[in-house]
Design a protein around this ligand. Structure first.
Ligand code: HEM
Length: 163
């Protein structure tokens, strides 16, 4: 199935355009880096606050960084899809890339838990600087761990084996 998908991607016009446009790859790398800076830069503050650091800053205050985090993720998603179209057969069998995608899915599930189960607690806390309950701490810790692993695996893609 992966083989068929890879062949279909390679035959697409987008794939041929990415491969033939010499300036595109470095531009994509720059945007991918910019995206991950927004994502990680915002998340490190939100997650550390959820874990219990910086108690004088309100949880609702740090939540205002989330639109930047989501924008950074969308930049990574779009440029990441271009990377895949640029060299599908390389990434399809790269173990670092495969684990990275699984971790992104897990981080997405963790974000869904935050949205559906934890966000109401955060709103209940209002703008108070009280220490967060254990559930909030765990969601923050999981998020920080998963996104850090995604970052490291992204950088390791060229160095780890295939398949
Ligand atoms: C959302 C979906 C994402 C996809 C599909 C994706 C895909 C990719 C691919 C295919 C590469 C290899 C590019 C190359 O060979 O030069 C790459 C590189 C990388 N990615 Fe992502 N990525 C995504 C999200 C992220 C996120 C969220 C982070 C950080 C938290 C991240 C961090 C990195 C890093 C550090 C590199 C290495 C760039 C380099 O050193 O050349 N990626 N990504």
């Amino acid at each position: 199935m992966i083989e068929t998908l890879t062949k279909e991607i390679m035959a697409s016009q987008l794939s041929q355009w990415v491969q033939a446009t010499y300036w595109l790859w470095p531009v994509l790398e720059i945007i991918h880096f910019f995206g991950l800076t927004l994502l990680m830069g915002g998340l490190i503050i939100v997650d550390l606050r959820m874990i219990g650091f910086f108690p004088t800053i309100s949880l609702q205050g740090v939540k205002k960084l989330l639109p930047f985090v989501i924008f950074g993720f969308l930049l990574n998603l779009i440029t990441g899809i271009f990377f895949i179209y640029g060299d599908p057969s390389r990434y399809a069998i790269n173990i670092g890339f495969q684990i990275k995608l699984i971790l992104i899915l897990l981080a997405g599930c963790n974000a869904a838990i935050y949205h559906f189960r934890v966000e109401s607690y955060v709103l209940d806390l209002g703008s108070s600087s009280r220490r967060p309950p254990l559930t909030i701490k765990l969601v923050g810790l999981t998020s920080l761990g998963l996104w850090t692993a995604v970052l490291l695996l992204g950088r390791l893609i060229p160095y780890v084996g295939t398949g």
